[in-house]
Design a protein around this ligand. Structure first.
Ligand code: SF4
Length: 168
């Protein structure tokens, strides 16, 4: 059975900056559990940040630029937390490599886990196209990253091989 890295907050763990979760509908978790083994992980907690914690944004808003050293991550108190985010992203990748994970389901818009939108870095509540640092690192390693809004595409991907096998 395929293993999937899932954002811990989507799994129901209260690890978000404000101490909340973003748990998927139970029917979606049940469907995922039928076709995959879920490994819940929070890069920011793994990187050493506490919960709750001040929200943070990437400036300029691009996870790739953080990896290249041309963007930083700061929280609302002005403290730079880039190192913790990089550490968490590296631990996420190490976990994926350890378990030969090819797919990740990560929380949209997070500076770590976002896969198509992130906040613009100015704490204005404005989202722009971009990805978080964990997503950027996983994608560089060839891991496909989906969000809670593209869950159906991930489920199709996970069930397609089984369908093909039935036709052989
Ligand atoms: S870093 Fe990812 S897993 Fe952790 S709280 Fe933020 S969105 Fe959820």
């Amino acid at each position: 059975m395929e293993k999937i890295l899932i954002s811990a907050c989507l799994y129901g763990n209260k690890v978000r900056y404000n101490g909340s979760d973003l748990k998927l509908e139970q029917c979606d978790l049940d469907r995922l559990n039928e076709v995959a083994t879920l490994i819940a992980f929070c890069p920011e907690v793994a990187g050493g940040l506490p919960t709750p914690r001040p929200p943070a944004e990437i400036l300029p808003a691009d996870g790739d630029k953080v990896l290249e050293g041309t963007a930083v991550i700061r929280n609302t108190t002005g403290i730079e937390v880039t190192e913790a985010f990089v550490t968490g992203a590296q631990q996420a990748l190490a976990l994926c490599q350890q378990h030969k994970i090819k797919y990740a389901l990560l929380t949209e818009s997070s500076p770590s886990c976002g896969s198509s939108l992130i906040y613009n870095g100015n704490f204005e509540g404005q989202k722009i196209e971009g990805q978080g640092i964990t997503t950027a690192l996983l994608r560089r390693a060839g891991i496909e990253v989906f969000s809670q809004f593209t869950l159906s595409t991930l489920l199709e991907r996970l069930t397609a091989p089984a369908k093909n096998e039935n036709h052989e």
